[in-house]
Design a protein around this ligand. Sequence first.
Ligand SMILES: Nc1nc2c(c(=O)[nH]1)N[C@H]1C(S)=C(S)[C@@H](COP(=O)(O)O)O[C@H]1N2
Ligand SMILES: [Mo]
Length: 235
Amino acid sequence: MAQPSDPETDKQARIVEARMKLRDRFVGRMQATPAASDGKPEGSGPPNRHGMPRVPPGQSIARGWPVLDLGRQPAVPLHTWELIVDGDVDEPQKFAWKDFVALPQTKDVSDFHCVTTWSKLDVPWEGVQLSTILALAQPKIEASHLLCHAYDGYTVNVPLEEALKDDVLLVHTAEGQPLTTEHGGPVRMITPQLYAWKGAKWIHRIEVLSRDRLGFWELRGYSNTAHPWRNDRYS
Ligand SMILES: Nc1nc2c(c(=O)[nH]1)N[C@H]1C(S)=C(S)[C@@H](COP(=O)(O)O)O[C@H]1N2
Ligand SMILES: [Mo]
């Protein structure tokens, strides 16, 4: 029997369908990324460790959660926070906080590898899959990269085949607590299969591009590809 259609359910179904379509365009490139395709020992694939070593080459497990940034920690109140998605998209988006928390929410546990050689394992996160946000924005057919802009002026570039992975999240909660300002709250991106600098804290704008444009650290000699299990730190 036909169910009366519920606008919330319809919206979620549309998001799921748009995500699947977008994924289809990138599935080959996603499978060819090192985290998905490398053999052991330096790239055992997501979750990137199925035994030993537990951390990528040259990394050690951190005590606590170190803070790394450019020395500015912008305080962004929830009522002024917004997330913009623009550039080479058919449907530019602007989310206020209430819109963002109304999106389908995800919980995941993943590792966090800073290029300065510390790793934090098994971090419980909550937030929105980046693929959900990109599906709503509908990247144009030629779109290939993102340049993320943060409230502290930081920028970082990520190719779409990495950005669309399931564990790439825009998180507002870590270890069961709202993300603190020092760790990038209200919302930061995480890229568990890449070094942590690829995830912008205090994320404000996601610019979709049809060519690669280097971010803050990529312009200063960090690897553009940033694969921890390949010890791929500097270019
Ligand atoms: N906006 C912004 N995001 C950023 C940075 C930054 O300086 N500004 N530093 C990056 C680096 S080098 C790392 S290792 C992680 C650190 O996150 P944490 O301070 O929560 O450990 O954030 C990344 N994202
Ligand atoms: Mo870092």
